[in-house]
Design a protein around this ligand. Structure first.
Ligand SMILES: *Cc1c(COP(=O)(O)O)cnc(C)c1O
Length: 410
């Protein structure tokens, strides 16, 4: 070995920190220093938190269910969240700037990141009820002297209306357009529409919006689970709904506790008066932290930039694979369908005659859940339901073979 190479070798073997800090410090911390130096070469093992807690993870063959923790965030989204955790910013300024950016992306007047679609409904209605009157803002949920009736079609009045009564408002339920017009009083604050139940309701979007405009009452549409299609992010603000809300942690694959409130600037600015950092308000607990504000923005950017046709084709192929695999078992039938509104993705229903294939639907789902890996599905006494849009690519093959295996062994 040449003396030059020998010298280089000696230098590279010296603990660099030791040279800088001197021997006394080095002596006290040598093992720490050594482990720090080793760090870039052998990364320490990552903690497996769910395993530590004794929680089983699973393949999500069900869909964007709140109980199953919604969706998985892409790496770009978690990177934005991690980035957000490293600095202080002014919370209102962040919301202002991100709201403008989202409004630009979605070509609407204004936007804000909310605490889920549910939170968007509460603050949206609160904004409509109180405007910029800070005395009224502080007064809710006491609605004395504040318009506090929200008209909802009976078929739309499912549990999510609780987000509206959180403000102190009351629900007035109607069936037809005629009923709706009759139900309008001087206390009517807003008309609320649930997109998922469009088919079940008498009044459809355009007529609903027109009724609102005719009587000068703001309209709100809950579109929580309504992407795909991506167009819905633009469609309803353009149609004339004053406020539109989406879940962040469903099809958009943002943080599960975030959401989007889109629409008229005056209502969204008023809605913001109920949110943190302001404290004496009904929505103090509906905080969206800076990490999730950034995560939501990046998730939306990614979602808008995705190849939606290609994604659809992938889901169709995955569903067909699982369907074919299930159908290959004698006595098993399948149906591929796409729900028209909400969770509008290729979906599979598997059913069978239990006198031929001797297993109940519940037992089938239990065996899928209890197997390795665990697989979650949806269903009832008549069928097992599967979607693939919340799976990681490749998992459809595992699901296809497990479904077949359980049905064959029944
Ligand atoms: C999921 C859902 C909500 C609640 O949305 P979050 O984002 O979980 O707050 C509200 N309405 C409908 C129709 C939903 O599907």
């Amino acid at each position: 070995m040449s003396s030059r190479r020998k010298a280089l070798k000696t230098i590279s073997a010296l603990p660099l920190v030791g040279g800088m800090l001197g021997p006394s410090i080095l002596g006290a911390t040598s093992s720490k220093v050594a482990s720090k130096l080793a760090c870039p070469i052998t990364e320490p093992l990552k903690r497996d938190f769910f395993k530590e807690l004794g929680i089983r993870t699973f393949i999500n063959a069900a869909g964007t269910y709140t109980s199953m923790t919604g969706s998985l965030m892409h790496k770009e989204v978690t990177e934005a969240i991690n980035y957000g955790a490293t600095e202080y910013v002014n919370l209102d300024e962040l919301h202002d700037k991100v709201g403008d950016r989202i409004a630009e992306l979605l070509d609407c007047e204004y936007a804000t990141v909310s605490s889920g679609c549910f939170g968007a409904m509460t603050i949206g209605l609160a904004g409509v009820m109180c405007g910029t009157d800070t005395k009224k803002v502080a007064q809710l949920p006491d609605t004395t002297g504040i318009k506090d009736e929200v008209i909802v079609q009976e078929a739309h009045a499912i549990g999510y209306t609780h987000a509206l009564i959180n403000t102190g408002a009351k629900i007035v339920s109607v069936k037809t357009a005629k009923d709706l017009e009759k139900a309008i009083t001087k206390n009517t604050a807003m008309l609320w529409y649930l997109n998922a139940n469009t088919d079940a309701g008498d009044i459809k979007w355009e007529e609903f919006v027109a009724l609102g405009k005719k009587h000068n009452i703001p309209t709100f549409i809950d579109c929580a689970a309504d992407v795909p299609p991506v167009d819905n992010l633009f469609k309803f603000t353009k149609m004339g709904f004053d406020l539109v809300a989406f879940s962040g942690g469903k099809g958009i694959r943002g943080p599960q506790s975030a959401g989007l409130l889109l629409g008229k600037r005056k209502y969204i600015e008023a809605a913001r008066l109920h949110t943190p950092p302001r404290g004496t308000t009904i929505a103090r607990g509906m905080k969206v932290n800076k990490e999730e504000v950034l995560g939501m923005l990046v998730a939306l950017e990614l979602y808008l930039g995705r190849d939606h046709d290609k994604e659809w084709e992938l889901w169709e192929n995955q569903i067909k694979l699982i369907s074919d695999s299930a159908k290959s078992v004698k006595g098993v039938e399948t149906k591929i369908h796409v729900p028209p509104y909400a969770n509008h993705v290729p979906s599979l229903k598997i059913h069978w005659d239990e006198s031929v294939v001797k297993i109940s639907k519940d037992e089938m789902r239990k065996q899928l859940r209890d197997g390795h890996p665990s697989i979650e599905t949806v269903g009832n006494k008549k069928e097992v339901g599967i979607t693939t849009w919340m799976m990681e690519p490749g998992q459809e093959r595992i699901v296809a073979s497990r479904v077949k295996e359980i049905l064959e062994n029944a």
